[in-house]
Ligand binder design. Structure first.
Ligand code: 5CA
Length: 440
Protein backbone atom coordinates (compact mmCIF):
# COMPACT_ATOMS: atom_id res chain seq x y z
CA UNK A 1 0.00 0.00 0.00
CA UNK A 2 1.27 3.44 -0.94
CA UNK A 3 0.89 6.05 1.74
CA UNK A 4 -0.33 8.53 -0.89
CA UNK A 5 -3.38 6.25 -1.32
CA UNK A 6 -3.82 5.45 2.33
CA UNK A 7 -6.22 6.84 4.91
CA UNK A 8 -3.91 7.30 7.89
CA UNK A 9 -5.04 10.30 9.94
CA UNK A 10 -2.11 10.51 12.41
CA UNK A 11 -2.35 13.08 15.19
CA UNK A 12 0.48 15.15 16.68
CA UNK A 13 -1.10 15.31 20.11
CA UNK A 14 -3.11 12.67 21.88
CA UNK A 15 -6.68 13.66 22.73
CA UNK A 16 -7.07 14.90 26.31
CA UNK A 17 -9.51 12.15 27.28
CA UNK A 18 -7.04 9.37 26.39
CA UNK A 19 -5.70 8.34 29.80
CA UNK A 20 -3.59 5.30 28.98
CA UNK A 21 -0.84 4.79 26.47
CA UNK A 22 -2.68 2.30 24.23
CA UNK A 23 -5.63 4.65 23.82
CA UNK A 24 -3.31 7.58 23.13
CA UNK A 25 -1.29 5.63 20.56
CA UNK A 26 -4.35 4.17 18.81
CA UNK A 27 -5.72 7.68 18.36
CA UNK A 28 -2.37 9.17 17.35
CA UNK A 29 -1.66 6.37 14.85
CA UNK A 30 -5.07 6.86 13.20
CA UNK A 31 -6.27 3.36 14.06
CA UNK A 32 -9.70 4.26 15.38
CA UNK A 33 -12.12 7.16 15.38
CA UNK A 34 -14.55 7.70 18.24
CA UNK A 35 -18.23 7.61 17.32
CA UNK A 36 -19.70 8.06 20.79
CA UNK A 37 -18.67 7.12 24.30
CA UNK A 38 -17.18 3.61 24.18
CA UNK A 39 -18.05 3.16 20.49
CA UNK A 40 -15.42 3.39 17.76
CA UNK A 41 -15.00 3.12 14.02
CA UNK A 42 -12.01 1.07 12.93
CA UNK A 43 -9.84 2.83 10.36
CA UNK A 44 -7.59 0.98 7.86
CA UNK A 45 -4.53 0.53 10.11
CA UNK A 46 -6.58 -0.50 13.15
CA UNK A 47 -8.83 -2.80 11.17
CA UNK A 48 -5.85 -4.73 9.81
CA UNK A 49 -4.64 -5.46 13.34
CA UNK A 50 -8.15 -6.40 14.49
CA UNK A 51 -8.43 -8.84 11.56
CA UNK A 52 -5.01 -10.36 12.23
CA UNK A 53 -5.92 -11.05 15.85
CA UNK A 54 -9.32 -12.36 14.80
CA UNK A 55 -7.66 -14.77 12.36
CA UNK A 56 -5.20 -16.14 14.89
CA UNK A 57 -8.06 -16.67 17.34
CA UNK A 58 -10.08 -18.36 14.57
CA UNK A 59 -7.23 -20.64 13.47
CA UNK A 60 -6.69 -21.83 17.03
CA UNK A 61 -10.41 -22.46 17.65
CA UNK A 62 -10.55 -24.45 14.41
CA UNK A 63 -7.42 -26.41 15.39
CA UNK A 64 -9.08 -27.36 18.67
CA UNK A 65 -12.07 -28.75 16.75
CA UNK A 66 -14.51 -25.92 17.52
CA UNK A 67 -17.11 -25.12 14.80
CA UNK A 68 -17.50 -21.54 13.62
CA UNK A 69 -21.01 -20.14 13.28
CA UNK A 70 -22.37 -16.57 13.23
CA UNK A 71 -25.23 -15.57 15.48
CA UNK A 72 -27.03 -12.24 15.13
CA UNK A 73 -26.28 -9.17 17.22
CA UNK A 74 -30.00 -8.59 17.88
CA UNK A 75 -31.75 -11.21 20.03
CA UNK A 76 -35.36 -11.69 21.14
CA UNK A 77 -35.98 -10.86 24.82
CA UNK A 78 -38.07 -14.03 25.20
CA UNK A 79 -34.98 -16.24 25.27
CA UNK A 80 -33.54 -14.21 28.13
CA UNK A 81 -36.83 -14.37 29.99
CA UNK A 82 -36.62 -18.16 29.76
CA UNK A 83 -33.16 -18.24 31.35
CA UNK A 84 -34.14 -15.65 33.94
CA UNK A 85 -31.39 -13.22 32.97
CA UNK A 86 -33.59 -10.60 31.30
CA UNK A 87 -34.32 -8.83 34.57
CA UNK A 88 -30.98 -9.65 36.23
CA UNK A 89 -28.84 -8.11 33.53
CA UNK A 90 -30.04 -4.62 34.42
CA UNK A 91 -28.97 -1.41 32.75
CA UNK A 92 -25.94 -2.89 31.04
CA UNK A 93 -28.26 -4.44 28.46
CA UNK A 94 -29.41 -2.30 25.53
CA UNK A 95 -33.10 -3.03 25.12
CA UNK A 96 -34.86 -2.29 21.86
CA UNK A 97 -38.48 -2.52 20.67
CA UNK A 98 -39.15 -3.34 17.03
CA UNK A 99 -42.00 -1.83 14.97
CA UNK A 100 -44.38 -4.57 16.17
CA UNK A 101 -43.40 -3.54 19.67
CA UNK A 102 -41.68 -6.87 20.29
CA UNK A 103 -38.93 -6.70 22.89
CA UNK A 104 -35.48 -7.23 21.45
CA UNK A 105 -31.98 -6.58 22.73
CA UNK A 106 -28.46 -6.06 21.43
CA UNK A 107 -26.60 -9.14 22.64
CA UNK A 108 -24.07 -8.65 25.47
CA UNK A 109 -23.25 -12.40 25.22
CA UNK A 110 -24.91 -15.46 23.65
CA UNK A 111 -25.56 -18.27 26.15
CA UNK A 112 -29.34 -18.15 25.58
CA UNK A 113 -29.14 -17.88 21.81
CA UNK A 114 -26.75 -20.84 21.49
CA UNK A 115 -28.78 -22.98 23.90
CA UNK A 116 -31.82 -22.35 21.70
CA UNK A 117 -29.89 -23.40 18.58
CA UNK A 118 -28.64 -26.52 20.35
CA UNK A 119 -31.99 -27.69 21.72
CA UNK A 120 -33.67 -27.42 18.32
CA UNK A 121 -31.37 -29.94 16.70
CA UNK A 122 -29.37 -32.09 19.09
CA UNK A 123 -31.43 -34.85 20.66
CA UNK A 124 -29.04 -37.69 21.52
CA UNK A 125 -25.95 -38.21 23.69
CA UNK A 126 -24.38 -39.75 20.57
CA UNK A 127 -24.09 -36.28 19.05
CA UNK A 128 -22.11 -34.92 22.01
CA UNK A 129 -19.86 -33.13 22.67
CA UNK A 130 -20.74 -30.05 20.61
CA UNK A 131 -18.28 -27.16 20.51
CA UNK A 132 -19.35 -23.97 18.73
CA UNK A 133 -18.00 -20.42 18.48
CA UNK A 134 -18.61 -17.16 16.76
CA UNK A 135 -16.84 -13.84 16.43
CA UNK A 136 -19.38 -11.08 16.74
CA UNK A 137 -19.89 -7.57 18.07
CA UNK A 138 -21.36 -7.26 21.54
CA UNK A 139 -22.94 -4.32 23.31
CA UNK A 140 -22.74 -3.66 27.04
CA UNK A 141 -23.82 -0.30 28.32
CA UNK A 142 -20.85 -0.08 30.69
CA UNK A 143 -21.20 2.36 33.57
CA UNK A 144 -17.75 3.76 32.85
CA UNK A 145 -16.57 3.07 29.31
CA UNK A 146 -12.91 4.05 29.28
CA UNK A 147 -9.42 3.38 28.03
CA UNK A 148 -10.55 3.36 24.38
CA UNK A 149 -11.23 -0.12 23.06
CA UNK A 150 -10.19 -1.75 26.34
CA UNK A 151 -13.51 -1.09 28.05
CA UNK A 152 -15.82 -0.19 25.22
CA UNK A 153 -19.59 -0.40 25.00
CA UNK A 154 -19.52 -2.01 21.57
CA UNK A 155 -16.69 -4.55 21.32
CA UNK A 156 -15.67 -7.60 19.32
CA UNK A 157 -15.63 -10.90 21.17
CA UNK A 158 -14.94 -14.48 20.27
CA UNK A 159 -17.37 -16.50 22.34
CA UNK A 160 -17.48 -20.27 22.30
CA UNK A 161 -19.87 -22.71 23.96
CA UNK A 162 -19.59 -26.38 24.89
CA UNK A 163 -22.33 -28.98 25.39
CA UNK A 164 -21.56 -32.29 27.11
CA UNK A 165 -23.41 -35.19 28.65
CA UNK A 166 -22.06 -34.83 32.19
CA UNK A 167 -19.74 -32.89 34.45
CA UNK A 168 -16.73 -35.07 33.75
CA UNK A 169 -17.08 -34.72 29.97
CA UNK A 170 -17.61 -31.00 30.29
CA UNK A 171 -14.29 -30.73 32.13
CA UNK A 172 -12.60 -32.29 29.12
CA UNK A 173 -14.10 -29.54 26.95
CA UNK A 174 -13.05 -26.92 29.52
CA UNK A 175 -9.47 -28.21 29.39
CA UNK A 176 -9.47 -28.05 25.60
CA UNK A 177 -10.33 -24.37 25.70
CA UNK A 178 -7.86 -23.76 28.52
CA UNK A 179 -5.01 -25.13 26.39
CA UNK A 180 -6.31 -23.52 23.21
CA UNK A 181 -6.19 -20.15 25.03
CA UNK A 182 -2.60 -20.70 26.18
CA UNK A 183 -1.66 -21.41 22.58
CA UNK A 184 -3.63 -18.48 21.16
CA UNK A 185 -2.01 -15.96 23.51
CA UNK A 186 1.41 -17.47 22.86
CA UNK A 187 0.89 -16.88 19.14
CA UNK A 188 -0.12 -13.31 19.90
CA UNK A 189 3.25 -13.03 21.69
CA UNK A 190 1.55 -12.29 25.00
CA UNK A 191 2.20 -13.80 28.39
CA UNK A 192 -1.35 -14.46 29.61
CA UNK A 193 -1.64 -16.09 33.03
CA UNK A 194 -4.74 -18.19 33.83
CA UNK A 195 -6.22 -17.14 37.16
CA UNK A 196 -9.09 -18.57 39.17
CA UNK A 197 -11.96 -16.10 38.94
CA UNK A 198 -15.46 -15.24 40.06
CA UNK A 199 -18.20 -16.02 37.55
CA UNK A 200 -20.42 -12.92 37.88
CA UNK A 201 -23.50 -12.71 35.66
CA UNK A 202 -22.45 -15.71 33.54
CA UNK A 203 -22.69 -18.08 36.52
CA UNK A 204 -21.20 -21.45 37.55
CA UNK A 205 -18.46 -22.53 39.93
CA UNK A 206 -15.42 -23.11 37.71
CA UNK A 207 -13.84 -20.20 35.92
CA UNK A 208 -10.48 -18.82 34.83
CA UNK A 209 -9.53 -15.40 33.60
CA UNK A 210 -6.53 -15.09 31.28
CA UNK A 211 -4.70 -11.99 32.38
CA UNK A 212 -1.69 -10.14 31.04
CA UNK A 213 0.33 -8.16 33.52
CA UNK A 214 0.13 -4.43 32.96
CA UNK A 215 0.27 -1.46 35.29
CA UNK A 216 -2.75 0.05 33.55
CA UNK A 217 -4.86 -3.09 34.02
CA UNK A 218 -8.17 -2.84 35.86
CA UNK A 219 -7.83 -6.12 37.81
CA UNK A 220 -5.72 -6.61 40.93
CA UNK A 221 -3.95 -9.94 40.66
CA UNK A 222 -2.10 -12.13 43.16
CA UNK A 223 0.01 -15.04 41.97
CA UNK A 224 2.97 -17.34 42.39
CA UNK A 225 5.89 -15.95 40.37
CA UNK A 226 6.64 -19.51 39.20
CA UNK A 227 3.82 -18.95 36.71
CA UNK A 228 5.97 -16.40 34.91
CA UNK A 229 8.55 -19.06 34.13
CA UNK A 230 5.99 -21.60 32.99
CA UNK A 231 6.79 -22.23 29.31
CA UNK A 232 5.23 -25.06 27.34
CA UNK A 233 5.74 -26.37 23.86
CA UNK A 234 2.18 -26.03 22.62
CA UNK A 235 2.90 -26.12 18.93
CA UNK A 236 2.01 -29.76 18.38
CA UNK A 237 -0.75 -30.11 20.90
CA UNK A 238 -3.12 -33.02 20.30
CA UNK A 239 -6.57 -32.03 21.49
CA UNK A 240 -7.75 -35.64 21.56
CA UNK A 241 -5.27 -36.53 24.28
CA UNK A 242 -5.83 -36.07 28.01
CA UNK A 243 -4.91 -32.44 28.67
CA UNK A 244 -5.53 -32.46 32.42
CA UNK A 245 -1.83 -32.81 33.31
CA UNK A 246 -0.95 -29.68 31.36
CA UNK A 247 -3.91 -27.74 32.75
CA UNK A 248 -3.11 -28.83 36.30
CA UNK A 249 0.47 -27.61 35.97
CA UNK A 250 -1.13 -24.14 35.88
CA UNK A 251 -4.14 -24.67 38.10
CA UNK A 252 -2.08 -25.97 41.03
CA UNK A 253 -0.06 -22.75 41.25
CA UNK A 254 -1.80 -20.00 43.18
CA UNK A 255 -3.17 -17.24 40.92
CA UNK A 256 -6.35 -15.28 41.56
CA UNK A 257 -7.90 -11.96 40.64
CA UNK A 258 -9.14 -9.55 43.31
CA UNK A 259 -12.56 -10.96 44.16
CA UNK A 260 -11.13 -14.41 44.89
CA UNK A 261 -8.15 -13.15 46.89
CA UNK A 262 -7.58 -14.36 50.44
CA UNK A 263 -4.38 -13.44 52.31
CA UNK A 264 -4.31 -16.64 54.39
CA UNK A 265 -4.53 -18.85 51.30
CA UNK A 266 -1.84 -16.76 49.63
CA UNK A 267 0.52 -17.23 52.62
CA UNK A 268 -0.26 -20.94 52.85
CA UNK A 269 0.29 -21.70 49.17
CA UNK A 270 3.06 -19.36 48.05
CA UNK A 271 6.46 -18.78 49.61
CA UNK A 272 7.15 -15.21 50.63
CA UNK A 273 9.64 -14.49 47.89
CA UNK A 274 7.31 -15.87 45.19
CA UNK A 275 4.27 -13.86 46.26
CA UNK A 276 3.54 -11.40 43.47
CA UNK A 277 0.90 -8.70 43.47
CA UNK A 278 0.27 -6.73 40.33
CA UNK A 279 -2.32 -5.31 37.98
CA UNK A 280 -3.52 -6.97 34.84
CA UNK A 281 -5.76 -6.84 31.79
CA UNK A 282 -8.31 -9.61 31.34
CA UNK A 283 -8.08 -10.76 27.73
CA UNK A 284 -10.04 -13.99 28.05
CA UNK A 285 -12.44 -15.64 30.45
CA UNK A 286 -13.68 -19.24 30.50
CA UNK A 287 -16.61 -20.63 32.49
CA UNK A 288 -18.03 -24.02 33.29
CA UNK A 289 -21.56 -23.57 34.59
CA UNK A 290 -23.12 -27.02 34.36
CA UNK A 291 -26.86 -26.94 33.79
CA UNK A 292 -27.61 -23.29 34.61
CA UNK A 293 -29.00 -22.47 31.14
CA UNK A 294 -29.80 -25.95 29.85
CA UNK A 295 -32.10 -26.66 32.78
CA UNK A 296 -34.01 -23.37 32.55
CA UNK A 297 -34.27 -23.66 28.77
CA UNK A 298 -34.84 -27.42 28.63
CA UNK A 299 -31.82 -28.37 26.56
CA UNK A 300 -31.95 -32.14 27.02
CA UNK A 301 -30.68 -35.18 25.15
CA UNK A 302 -31.55 -38.86 25.42
CA UNK A 303 -28.86 -40.69 27.36
CA UNK A 304 -27.71 -44.32 26.97
CA UNK A 305 -30.71 -45.53 28.97
CA UNK A 306 -33.16 -43.67 26.77
CA UNK A 307 -33.84 -41.09 29.51
CA UNK A 308 -33.84 -37.31 29.18
CA UNK A 309 -30.59 -35.80 30.48
CA UNK A 310 -29.88 -32.09 30.90
CA UNK A 311 -26.65 -31.13 29.14
CA UNK A 312 -23.64 -29.57 30.86
CA UNK A 313 -22.39 -26.34 29.37
CA UNK A 314 -19.46 -23.96 29.39
CA UNK A 315 -18.68 -20.65 27.69
CA UNK A 316 -15.35 -19.24 26.64
CA UNK A 317 -14.66 -15.62 25.69
CA UNK A 318 -11.76 -13.70 24.18
CA UNK A 319 -11.88 -9.91 23.90
CA UNK A 320 -10.61 -9.43 20.36
CA UNK A 321 -10.96 -5.63 20.20
CA UNK A 322 -9.61 -5.33 23.77
CA UNK A 323 -6.55 -7.32 22.67
CA UNK A 324 -5.56 -4.57 20.23
CA UNK A 325 -5.19 -2.19 23.17
CA UNK A 326 -3.70 -4.83 25.45
CA UNK A 327 -0.96 -5.70 22.95
CA UNK A 328 -0.03 -2.03 22.63
CA UNK A 329 0.05 -1.67 26.44
CA UNK A 330 2.63 -4.42 26.58
CA UNK A 331 4.67 -3.36 23.56
CA UNK A 332 5.47 0.32 23.06
CA UNK A 333 8.15 2.95 23.70
CA UNK A 334 8.33 6.75 23.79
CA UNK A 335 8.20 6.86 19.98
CA UNK A 336 5.09 4.76 19.56
CA UNK A 337 3.78 1.26 19.03
CA UNK A 338 6.03 -1.79 18.54
CA UNK A 339 3.91 -4.49 16.89
CA UNK A 340 4.68 -8.14 17.49
CA UNK A 341 5.22 -9.67 14.04
CA UNK A 342 2.18 -11.92 14.31
CA UNK A 343 -0.33 -9.04 14.42
CA UNK A 344 1.51 -6.17 12.76
CA UNK A 345 -0.70 -4.36 10.21
CA UNK A 346 2.16 -4.59 7.68
CA UNK A 347 5.40 -6.57 7.76
CA UNK A 348 7.61 -3.81 6.41
CA UNK A 349 7.49 -0.03 6.00
CA UNK A 350 9.49 1.64 3.21
CA UNK A 351 10.64 5.22 3.64
CA UNK A 352 11.61 7.08 0.51
CA UNK A 353 13.67 9.95 1.90
CA UNK A 354 13.69 11.97 -1.33
CA UNK A 355 10.47 11.74 -3.23
CA UNK A 356 11.61 14.51 -5.58
CA UNK A 357 14.76 12.63 -6.66
CA UNK A 358 13.75 10.50 -9.64
CA UNK A 359 16.53 7.93 -9.13
CA UNK A 360 15.76 7.40 -5.46
CA UNK A 361 12.06 7.20 -6.20
CA UNK A 362 12.66 4.66 -8.92
CA UNK A 363 14.75 2.54 -6.52
CA UNK A 364 12.03 2.81 -3.88
CA UNK A 365 9.34 1.77 -6.36
CA UNK A 366 11.44 -1.25 -7.36
CA UNK A 367 12.06 -2.34 -3.79
CA UNK A 368 8.35 -1.97 -3.06
CA UNK A 369 7.40 -4.13 -6.06
CA UNK A 370 10.02 -6.74 -5.20
CA UNK A 371 8.93 -7.12 -1.59
CA UNK A 372 5.26 -7.21 -2.55
CA UNK A 373 5.82 -9.94 -5.13
CA UNK A 374 7.80 -11.91 -2.55
CA UNK A 375 4.59 -11.98 -0.51
CA UNK A 376 5.27 -9.34 2.15
CA UNK A 377 2.69 -6.81 3.26
CA UNK A 378 4.36 -3.48 2.69
CA UNK A 379 3.41 0.09 3.56
CA UNK A 380 5.35 2.45 1.30
CA UNK A 381 5.85 6.03 2.43
CA UNK A 382 5.93 7.71 -0.98
CA UNK A 383 4.72 11.05 0.37
CA UNK A 384 6.55 14.29 -0.19
CA UNK A 385 7.25 15.05 3.49
CA UNK A 386 10.50 15.88 5.23
CA UNK A 387 12.55 13.00 6.68
CA UNK A 388 11.77 13.93 10.30
CA UNK A 389 8.04 13.65 9.69
CA UNK A 390 8.52 10.35 7.88
CA UNK A 391 10.72 8.80 10.56
CA UNK A 392 8.46 9.74 13.42
CA UNK A 393 5.30 8.61 11.61
CA UNK A 394 6.87 5.23 10.80
CA UNK A 395 8.09 4.83 14.40
CA UNK A 396 4.63 5.77 15.71
CA UNK A 397 2.78 3.12 13.69
CA UNK A 398 5.31 0.53 14.85
CA UNK A 399 5.88 -1.86 11.93
CA UNK A 400 8.62 -4.39 12.80
CA UNK A 401 11.00 -3.25 10.03
CA UNK A 402 11.68 -0.02 8.17
CA UNK A 403 13.53 0.08 4.86
CA UNK A 404 15.15 3.48 4.49
CA UNK A 405 16.03 4.57 0.98
CA UNK A 406 18.11 7.70 0.32
CA UNK A 407 21.41 8.96 -1.15
CA UNK A 408 23.37 5.83 -0.22
CA UNK A 409 20.91 3.70 -2.13
CA UNK A 410 21.65 5.74 -5.23
CA UNK A 411 25.44 5.91 -4.87
CA UNK A 412 26.22 2.46 -3.37
CA UNK A 413 23.07 0.39 -3.97
CA UNK A 414 22.64 0.08 -0.23
CA UNK A 415 19.49 0.26 1.90
CA UNK A 416 19.22 0.70 5.60
CA UNK A 417 16.91 -1.66 7.43
CA UNK A 418 15.88 -0.58 10.90
CA UNK A 419 14.51 -3.02 13.43
CA UNK A 420 11.78 -1.05 15.21
CA UNK A 421 12.08 -3.01 18.45
CA UNK A 422 15.86 -2.92 18.94
CA UNK A 423 16.60 0.19 16.89
CA UNK A 424 19.43 -1.75 15.20
CA UNK A 425 20.22 -0.70 11.66
CA UNK A 426 21.57 -3.14 9.06
CA UNK A 427 22.98 -2.14 5.72
CA UNK A 428 21.60 -4.37 3.01
CA UNK A 429 22.52 -4.55 -0.63
CA UNK A 430 19.48 -3.71 -2.76
CA UNK A 431 19.92 -7.01 -4.60
CA UNK A 432 19.55 -8.93 -1.36
CA UNK A 433 16.58 -7.17 0.14
CA UNK A 434 14.10 -9.99 -0.40
CA UNK A 435 16.37 -12.69 0.99
CA UNK A 436 17.21 -10.47 3.98
CA UNK A 437 13.54 -10.43 5.00
CA UNK A 438 12.99 -14.08 4.18
CA UNK A 439 15.69 -14.90 6.72
CA UNK A 440 14.64 -12.47 9.46
N1 5CA B 1 -20.15 -15.41 27.68
C1 5CA B 1 -18.92 -15.29 28.43
C2 5CA B 1 -17.82 -16.06 27.81
S1 5CA B 1 -18.05 -16.31 26.12
C3 5CA B 1 -18.57 -13.83 28.57
O1 5CA B 1 -19.26 -12.97 28.11
N2 5CA B 1 -17.47 -13.58 29.26
S2 5CA B 1 -16.91 -12.14 29.65
O2 5CA B 1 -17.93 -11.29 30.11
O3 5CA B 1 -15.83 -12.37 30.58
O4 5CA B 1 -16.31 -11.48 28.37
C4 5CA B 1 -15.31 -12.16 27.62
C5 5CA B 1 -14.16 -11.24 27.28
O5 5CA B 1 -14.64 -10.11 26.54
C6 5CA B 1 -13.45 -10.64 28.47
O6 5CA B 1 -12.47 -11.51 28.98
C7 5CA B 1 -12.85 -9.37 27.89
O7 5CA B 1 -11.60 -9.68 27.29
C8 5CA B 1 -13.84 -8.98 26.81
N3 5CA B 1 -14.70 -7.86 27.28
C9 5CA B 1 -15.67 -7.90 28.21
N4 5CA B 1 -16.23 -6.69 28.38
C10 5CA B 1 -15.58 -5.85 27.53
C11 5CA B 1 -15.69 -4.46 27.22
N5 5CA B 1 -16.60 -3.70 27.81
N6 5CA B 1 -14.86 -3.94 26.28
C12 5CA B 1 -13.95 -4.72 25.65
N7 5CA B 1 -13.81 -6.03 25.89
C13 5CA B 1 -14.60 -6.59 26.82
Amino acid sequence: MRLTNYFLPVLKESPSDAEIVSHQLMMRAGMISQSSSGIYSWLPLGLRVLKKIENIVREEQDAAGVNEILMPTIQPADLWKESGRYEDYGKEMLRINDRQDREMLYGPTNEEQITDIFRRSIKSYKELPQLLYHIQWKFRDELRPRFGVMRGREFLMKDAYSFDLDKQQSEISYNKFFVCYLKTFQRLELKAIPMAAETGPIGGDLSHEFIIISKTGESDIYFDSKLLEQENELFNINYLEDLSGLVNSYKTLYAVSDDKFNQDDFDKNVSNENQTKSKGIEVGHIFSFGTKYSEAMKANVLNKDGKQATVFMGSYGIGISRLVGAIIESSNDEKGIIWPKSVSPYDIGIINLKQKDDDITSISDDVYEKLMSAGFDVLYDDKDDNPGVKFSRMDLIGLPYQVIIGNKSKSDSILEVKNRKTGDISEVDIENVTSFFKNS
